[in-house]
Write a protein that binds this ligand. Structure first.
Ligand SMILES: [Zn+2]
Ligand SMILES: [Zn+2]
Length: 244
């Protein structure tokens, strides 16, 4: 299985999991054409798309994905917010299991300023992948993880510096605190989970102004001893099941 990052920030989010036979698209915040290009225009191999929440950087193009006939899993909140009518919508509920092609999918609730779902995605080719974005925290732990895509949006000290320098509005702190994941929260989640079988940690949705990619990677690497990446557009990773 291959992970392709189409975009991972407040301007647009999109990720593809793809093997020779099938693919799963995570988020519909990237123009459909970019997803098509990444799939070599083989849209027919897409088993499903999964969408976390209604904000445009995650769901801005959801109607286009649906119009192309891509089955898309999302919550009833997204359907309402985006007035979706397509028969390709599949409404999902937290903590229930879904199947699409050979992918097994379990959504769970996160804490953002609108209802937001994280996802566990399983496939025999890659094992168990955790996807968490746009949340102040996560109240669950997850057994048997093999790959982690985890928001690491900002560091509080960088945010403080930006506010003191007048580059960021002071109200930003309480907004971010309740909507996006801070570096130490990200570390806390990684510490709370058993990482024995984790092969890759991909830090996603880094803030433009309040993050430091190299530092985040260094600190998470030091904490976990794992292979850590920042989800820059164009990143491609081979994510196979057998760890070592
Ligand atoms: Zn976002
Ligand atoms: Zn959001």
């Amino acid at each position: 299985m291959r992970l392709k990052v189409l975009g991972s920030n407040s301007r647009g989010n999109g990720y593809i999991l793809e093997n020779d036979k099938e693919a799963l698209i995570i988020e519909a915040g990237i123009h459909l054409l970019d997803a098509k290009k990444a799939l070599n225009f083989n849209i027919a191999k897409v088993s499903t798309a999964i969408v976390s929440h209604e904000h445009n950087d995650h769901a801005g193009y959801i109607d286009k994905y649906l119009d192309t006939g891509i089955t898309t899993l999302c919550s009833a909140h997204v359907v309402k917010a985006k007035s979706l009518k397509s028969s390709f919508v599949r409404i999902v509920e937290a903590n229930k299991g879904y199947k699409a092609g050979s992918f097994r999918i379990i959504p769970f609730n996160l804490k953002h300023d609108v209802p937001c779902l994280g996802y566990i995605v399983e496939h025999d080719d890659m094992g168990r992948l955790l996807f968490i974005t746009d949340t102040m925290m996560c109240e669950y732990t997850f057994p048997n993880l093999n790959h982690i895509l985890l928001e690491c949006n900002y560091a509080d000290d960088i945010l403080t510096r930006n506010i003191e320098a007048g580059q960021m509005d002071a109200g930003m702190r309480s907004r971010l605190m309740h909507t996006h994941m801070e570096l130490n929260t990200c570390k806390g989640i990684l510490k709370a989970n058993n990482l024995n079988n984790v092969m890759n940690i991909v830090l996603i949705h880094l803030s433009d102004g309040n993050s430091d990619e190299k530092r985040f990677i260094d600190e998470i690497t030091a904490l976990t001893g794992k292979q850590v990446y920042a989800a820059n557009k164009g990143l491609e990773l081979e994510i196979s099941k057998t760890p070592f």
